[in-house]
Each structure stands twice: as C-alpha cells, then as structure tokens.
Design a protein around this ligand. Structure first.
Ligand SMILES: *[C@@H]1O[C@H](CO)[C@@H](O)[C@H](O)[C@H]1NC(C)=O
Ligand SMILES: *[C@@H]1O[C@H](CO)[C@@H](O)[C@H](O)[C@H]1NC(C)=O
Length: 352
C-alpha cells in the first residue's frame, strides 16, 4: 500500500484526501456491506434478517430466518399458512434458498401441512443431494427433519375459499374448457372442438395480493445468499408451482456477481428466469437498478401488462429494484438494511 512506500509524512497528507474521495463514492452509490434487501414493505422480516447478521449468523441464516419471519407473520396473507387457498381450499407453500458460494439450492414446492417452508428448503441443502422436493413427499421429508405436521387452513383462508365458491369460482386459472370457466365452477373438461380465444388480461394478482417475500443478503465479505417464500396464487389449480421455488426465477445468488429476487405473476415471470438474468447483467458490470430494469423490459416485450417486480444487489453492496407499471401498480416498495441506514428502511421505486 501507499503508506509502506511513501513514509509517514506523505501518508498523513494524503490520507484525509483519500477519505473524502471514498465517502463521496460511497454516498453516490449508497454502497456498504453487509446489505439485506427484500421485496415489499415486510419490515419485520428485514429486521429479523438484519439482527441475525448482527449476531454473527451467516448469510444463509439471515435469509432463512428473515423469510421465516414472514411465514410466521403470514405477511399480507400471501406468505405462510392460512392464505391463498387453492381450488380445493388448501394452502400449499413454495420456498427456496440459495448459497452463492457453492451454488447449492434447496427448495420445496406444493408443500402441504408444514408451515416453515424455507426451513425445510434449507434442510434439502443440508441433508440431501437433491435441489427440489415437492408435494406430499416433501411433507414426509419435512416430518423426518423434525418439522410439525399441521393444518395450514385458517378461518380466513376458509372464508376466502367459500366466498370464491359462492361467486362461481371467479377468478380462476382455466381457459378453453367446458363448462366456460369465466362463468362457472368445474370440474372442467377439454371441449370436443377446440376454440382458443386469446385474451390479454391484466394479471389476476394485484397489489392487494402481494405474494412472495424474496430476499438477497450480501455479507460483509461480499458473500451472497438469496431465498423466497410464498403460498402461491390464490385459487390456483392444485399442483400449480410458481416461480418462487425455481432457482434463477424466484431468486438467484452468485458470490462472484450478485443476487436477485422476483415477485409478481410467477406463471409469467418464471418463463424468463428474471433473477438469473439480472445476476448475469450485474456480472457484466451493469448497475443493479439498470439490471433490474432490463429484465422487466425483456418481459414487457412479450407480456406488456404483467404484474411483477425484481430486486437486485451486487457484491459491493449497491442495490436497486424495478417493476412493471400497470393500472393499480405504479410504485414498488422494498426494504433495505445496511450500515448506512440507522434501521431497516422502506424504499420506493417508480415502475417503468
Ligand atoms: C353468496 O352470495 C350471495 C349474493 O351473491 C349472498 O346473498 C350469500 O349470503 C352468499 N353466501 C355466502 C355463504 O357467502
Ligand atoms: C456495483 O454497482 C455499483 C453501482 O453501479 C458499481 O459502482 C460497482 O462497481 C458494482 N460492483 C461490482 C462488483 O460490479
């Protein structure tokens, strides 16, 4: 370093200048480590993740506990038990966690009767050579790992379900079936003769049904971890799995480039692997905000009215977010925790 070669006197003159330059750069890009970002204004999840890091927990611990907090709190009814009943009235959970050092992923999808989905996902990394376990078999695995087997239905999810039944099962996710799914309940069948109508509707999911918590943690040394947890789309067809538990779709972490997580209409977004794509942009040196914007605009070209947002952070602690502007969704809120902020702070970005 300069101090070694230059001698004490020159160093004392140069040092204050260097400090000024670093502060300016730091302020301009708002970058410091560690940093935790998560989708939506899920404050308690952000606080929990941040506290875990402060207490010396790993990046993976922070992601697991942070997203797990949302599972306990049933964030917006769209994470954890008792929300988003499917067509048969049951709540099922999707979650993933990714280690950006080893590129290991643990994920569960269509998990039933177990509340702590991201906890089970972590166990997939720790105790198996697999990446993704699904359905009732994932529940059996969870029970073996010591998780309680319990009913995920609540009064709230039951009433959402009965209201839906009472309004002719509207909305739902079927198309081109008989009886006409836009008017009546199933069971549905393929029609004798197919008459496909192409309709371009705004995603049924709305700002009031936020959905996934996605979280990216960049540790003090630039180590990246990410994760997601959700109970999926309300009134989904049983068996439906969205983007959240899919590596590169719901989230992605690579300690040589950065991390990203997505939220919104998973059925659309998972086709574009937005989290993987955002990390690849950041690997090429793209600013995190711009990386997020670029993946949103790639989806826009095919589905102009999709509901979705992405959060991005690179290994030096710069972060950003982007969302697709549709009626009723013009701004996206997310949480940031960093040494530059006195507490986990809500941030807002205008959709593009
Ligand atoms: C079903 O909807 C009708 C009106 O459309 C209402 O009168 C009735 O109370 C509802 N029943 C339930 C169980 O929600
Ligand atoms: C992270 O993003 C900031 C802001 O664009 C940039 O200055 C910095 O070089 C990036 N870090 C890496 C490791 O690419």
């Amino acid at each position: 370093m300069a101090a070694g070669g230059g001698g004490g006197r020159r160093w004392t003159m140069v040092a204050p200048l260097l400090l000024v330059v670093f502060q300016l750069v730091g302020a301009a890009s708002a970058a410091a480590l560690p940093v935790v970002i998560n989708t939506w204004a899920f404050r308690k999840a952000a606080e929990t993740a941040w506290r875990v890091l402060q207490l010396g927990g790993s990046e993976l611990d922070a992601v697991e506990r942070g997203c797990g907090q949302c599972e306990i709190d049933q964030c917006d009814g769209s994470v954890g038990y008792g929300g988003s009943p499917d067509e048969s009235g049951e709540t099922t959970l999707d979650a993933m966690i990714m280690d950006g050092n080893t590129m290991e992923v643990g994920a569960v999808a269509d998990l039933r009767h177990v509340k702590n989905a991201i906890g089970v996902a972590r166990k997939v990394i720790e105790y198996t050579k697999h990446t993704l376990l699904v359905g009732d078999s994932a529940s059996l695995f969870a029970v073996r790992m010591g998780f309680p087997y319990e009913d995920l239905t609540t009064q709230k999810s039951l009433s959402v379900y009965s209201k839906w039944l009472n309004q002719s099962c509207q909305p739902n996710y079927w198309k081109n079936v008989v009886p006409d799914s836009s008017k009546s309940c199933g069971p549905y069948k393929r029609p004798e003769k197919v008459t496909c109508k192409e309709e371009q509707t705004i995603s049924q999911r709305s700002v009031h049904n936020h959905d996934t918590i996605g979280m990216v943690v960049i540790g003090g040394s630039g180590t990246v971890a990410s994760g997601t947890s959700t109970n999926g789309a309300v009134h989904k067809i049983p068996g439906r799995v969205g983007d959240s538990p899919i590596a590169g779709a719901g989230s992605y972490a690579d300690s040589t480039a950065g991390g990203a997580a997505a939220t919104g209409d998973g059925d659309i977004m998972m086709r574009f692997l937005p989290s993987y794509q955002a990390v690849e942009y950041m690997r090429m040196g793209t600013d995190p905000t711009v990386a997020c914007q670029k993946v949103i605009s790639r989806i826009q070209k095919y589905v102009p009215k999709f509901f979705g947002a992405v959060i991005c952070a690179n290994t030096t602690g710069s972060y950003g977010a982007a969302c697709n502007k549709i009626p009723g969704f013009t701004q996206f809120r997310f949480m940031v925790s960093s040494p530059l902020l006195s507490q986990p702070t809500e941030q807002v970005v205008d959709c593009i």
